[in-house]
Design a protein around this ligand. Structure first.
Ligand code: LLP
Length: 424
């Protein structure tokens, strides 16, 4: 085995030297390959399909450009994500605007921009849109986010009739849903397309998606039978698991796509649904595995029960371990050929005991100045990064076919002060 970790053919040492650390490194070939795989496998002969990249996982202009190049649609949840998408030249008609509390201003911005579809999260939003849509020249497509009562958490999923989620409207609140849809149908400038649901994140069980589709199909059928409401579109959401550590065996993407397509085809036939289009919204599964964070190792210390190894970042660039006890795998990037014998706790530099990136992992002996690579950090790392302790956000580098380029500059101390108003 070579001594130095390479990402898309470029040595970690070279990347650290050119761009500094901490550094978010993305294998662009890997991102593009995921996008292609989703696009090519999420196809049906019975209905149109569309893969929407859930941009919250990692939203920068370069990602939006890649989504565009690979013919994906885009899920945005805020004015900021929308602005990023529009700045990257994304076709607004292929943008889906999500969110449980879109502000009046965000709604106005989206209407002005000609955003294709609003995913309406609650009744108040629906009523507001009906008022506003009439003032705009274009027709506005809407879908309603519903809770099918299928909740998936990694390996487990439950089906329940109770739903206290802050997102969406429960399918069991039939009257509310029917009234809302009728309101849409009586608003000339609004086109009601169908329903959206999202049952969780980092889901390993294909059956959870099959159940989601089954439950929704039955619900759609009932609405049609009892109220004559026709559902043309159906957005199954995202949540497909990725490999963080060897404890994770995610469903391969082609199988995710085939499972959902097969379930939708089956239900369409079973209930004779007038379904014209099905969407999915992968975020994590497109970018997580393509990302690696490179740190410089600093001091180390031993306590009675632990060998601490400290790195030059932490919960400021990756809050997931602190927030969700998320597990990661790592290597000393310049000692890939050495035997891993030391149980090590990898901790960050933030003033918070919980700032531990990896609780315990075997690593080779290392010294200050060595490089530590944490894998699978491409999703919800940069997008949830913060300025705790006034750490500057790291740079982002994309590596494609053996060539690296900076796509986001490292922040400077001056950037930290940029928004501050001078006294007086
Ligand atoms: N669609 C909707 C409506 C969503 O709410 C989400 C994620 C997605 C799609 C994309 O899900 P994905 O394929 O990325 O799992 N910060 C958390 C994840 C929050 C996900 C929120 N919604 C984390 O770091 O694990």
């Amino acid at each position: 085995m070579e001594k130095m970790l390479k990402i898309q053919g470029v040595g970690a040492d070279e990347l650290a030297k050119t761009y500094g650390t901490p550094l978010y490194i993305y294998d662009q070939n890997a991102i593009e390959s995921k996008m292609r795989t989703f696009h090519d496998h999420f196809q049906s002969e019975l209905f149109e399909t569309e893969v929407l990249y859930a941009s919250k996982a990692f939203c920068i202009k370069e990602m939006v450009r890649l989504a565009k190049q690979h013919d994906l649609g885009l899920d945005v949840v805020s004015g900021g994500e929308l602005f990023t998408a529009l700045s990257a030249g994304f076709d607004p008609s292929r943008i889906y605007f999500h969110g449980n509390n879109k502000s009046f201003q965000e709604i106005e911005e989206a209407l002005q921009a000609g955003v294709g579809t609003f995913i309406v999260d609650n009744v108040m939003e629906g009523a507001y849109l009906c008022e506003k849509a009439n003032l705009h020249p274009d027709q506005l497509h809407v879908m309603i986010r519903v809770n099918p009562g299928v909740e998936a958490h990694t390996h487990e999923y439950i089906v329940t009739a109770h739903d206290d989620s802050k997102f969406g409207i429960s399918i069991h609140e039939e009257e509310t849903l029917v009234e809302l849809i009728q309101q849409f149908q009586s608003t000339p400038s609004i086109v009601f397309d169908g329903f959206h649901a999202h049952i969780g994140s980092q889901i390993f069980e294909p059956q959870a998606f099959e159940t989601e589709v089954e439950v929704l199909a039955q619900f759609i059928y009932e609405l049609q039978k009892r109220y004559g409401i026709e559902t043309k579109c159906f957005d199954v959401g995202g949540g497909f698991a990725v490999h963080y550590t060897d404890a994770d065996a995610p469903i391969p993407i082609p199988q995710v796509c085939e499972t959902i397509i097969a379930a939708c085809e089956k239900q369409k036939n079973k209930y004779q649904l007038p379904l014209q289009k099905v969407m999915i919204e992968p975020g994590r599964s497109i970018v997580a595995e393509a990302g690696t964070t490179l740190y410089t190792i600093g001091f180390q210390k031993k306590t009675p029960h632990r060998n601490y190894l400290f790195v030059d970042g932490g919960m400021s660039d990756n809050i997931r371990p602190a927030l969700y006890q998320a597990a990661y795998d790592c290597d000393v990037a310049n000692r890939m050929d050495e035997t891993k014998t030391i149980p090590t706790c990898v901790a960050g530099k933030c003033c918070e005991s919980g700032d531990v990136l990896i609780d315990e992992i075997l690593l080779p002996a290392s010294q200050a100045g060595d490089l530590l690579a944490v894998y699978t950090t491409g999703a919800y790392g940069f997008s949830m990064s913060n300025h705790y302790n006034r750490l500057c956000r790291p740079a982002v580098v994309f590596v494609k076919d053996g060539t690296a380029r900076c796509v986001v500059k490292r922040e400077t101390y001056a950037d930290l002060l940029r928004g501050e108003c001078e006294e007086g």
